[in-house]
Design a protein around this ligand. Structure first.
Ligand SMILES: Cc1cc2nc3c(=O)[nH]c(=O)nc-3n(C[C@H](O)[C@H](O)[C@H](O)COP(=O)(O)OP(=O)(O)OC[C@H]3O[C@@H](n4cnc5c(N)ncnc54)[C@H](O)[C@@H]3O)c2cc1C
Length: 290
């Protein structure tokens, strides 16, 4: 124990994304001293203010209850979406409506009101030390590796804009827009995110992005103002073990992703929580995530 009554030595975590921060919050809630090293100058800097959805379909328990059970508060804007419009390659529409939300819309990035800033605030409140501008190359033994995707198994190319669209979610499954992936449009309170997610043909991302834009322009009056393009990538390959000696890999650093749609945030937060629990309860991390 140190002077603050915290367990020493500290648990070191590399990467202040959702996986690393949830691991840090969980450990700090259990009396551990935690230091998180983040390569960039703030949380969320890999993102651009884009909308993402925390999926609510993979378990009976709703994701908000699940987050509460992990000790994570909803201190960031988080909006339930109960309806989405899906299009096939001929642009035939199916509208899916659910009693329970399909997903919860959040913003990602470094701005106030993002998931990333919400988790950072909870970590700091719990006593976690976050060291920014520190890229860790030699990863600590006994620590948690939460550095996000290592390789691009899928890429996203999109645009953020202001719009008069009502709050809505739509997706198109068409290889001509998104080879082996899908194109999506999310709008909320005058802002929108439109993107193509490609699992193949990365070099032609501009072509697929242009086609995606054209397709959505045919379907909706986007009324695009102040457009800002963005890009990103994801890692989907899990290994048989996510431990290397005493290091635990979490989130996309471990390849934990939703292989169908890339809704990786829930996997990231869950694996961060499980890695923390494996330390707190001295349990086998591989057994927990499997
Ligand atoms: C365009 C796009 C749209 C997406 N849409 C959705 C969606 O709608 N729903 C959904 O659930 N998921 C979505 N995802 C996926 C989701 O964003 C990720 O799965 C999630 O952020 C992974 O969290 P993480 O903590 O594992 O990694 P990250 O969020 O990538 O965080 C890793 C952190 O580690 C830091 N870091 C990296 N290397 C080092 C180092 N050597 N030393 C110190 N720090 C380091 C990085 O700077 C970063 O801050 C999307 C992803 C993209 C790119």
């Amino acid at each position: 124990m140190n002077a603050l009554g915290r367990k020493d030595p500290p648990i070191e975590i590399v990467g202040a994304g959702p996986a690393g921060l949830v691991a840090a919050i969980t450990l700090a809630h259990h009396g551990y001293r935690v230091v998180v090293y983040e390569a960039r100058s703030d949380v969320g800097a890999r993102f651009h203010g884009d909308f993402q959805g925390i999926e609510n379909w993979s378990t009976q328990e709703g994701v908000i209850d699940f987050l509460a059970r992990m000790g994570i508060k909803i201190n960031f804007p988080c909006h339930p979406y109960r309806e989405a419009e899906f299009y096939d390659p001929d642009l035939r529409k199916v509208t899916v409506r659910c009693g329970a939300p399909l997903f919860y819309l959040v913003r990602r990035g470094s701005d106030p009101g993002t998931l990333d800033q919400g988790l950072k605030a909870q970590a700091l409140e719990a006593g976690v030390e976050i060291v920014f501008n520190r890229r860790v190359e030699k990863l600590p033994d006994g620590g948690i590796i939460a550095i996000g995707p290592k390789v691009a198994d899928a890429i996203a190319k999109g645009v953020l804009f202001e719009t008069d669209l009502p709050d809505m979610a739509a997706a198109i499954a068409d290889d001509r827009l998104a080879p082996k992936g899908y194109a999506y449009l999310l709008a909320h309170q005058g802002r929108a995110t439109l993107a193509t997610v490609l699992f193949r043909r990365f070099r032609e991302e501009r072509l697929y992005f242009n086609r995606t834009l054209e397709a959505f322009q045919k379907l909706y009056s986007l009324g695009m103002k102040s457009p800002r393009e963005f890009g990103g990538y994801g890692n989907f390959s899990i290994r048989p073990t996510e431990r290397r000696g005493e290091k635990r890999y979490v989130g996309e650093a471990a390849g934990f992703q939703d292989a169908l749609f890339g809704f990786g945030m829930r996997y990231a937060m869950t694996s961060g929580y499980l890695a923390a629990r494996s330390i707190i309860e001295r349990m086998d991390y591989d057994a927990l995530w499997k």
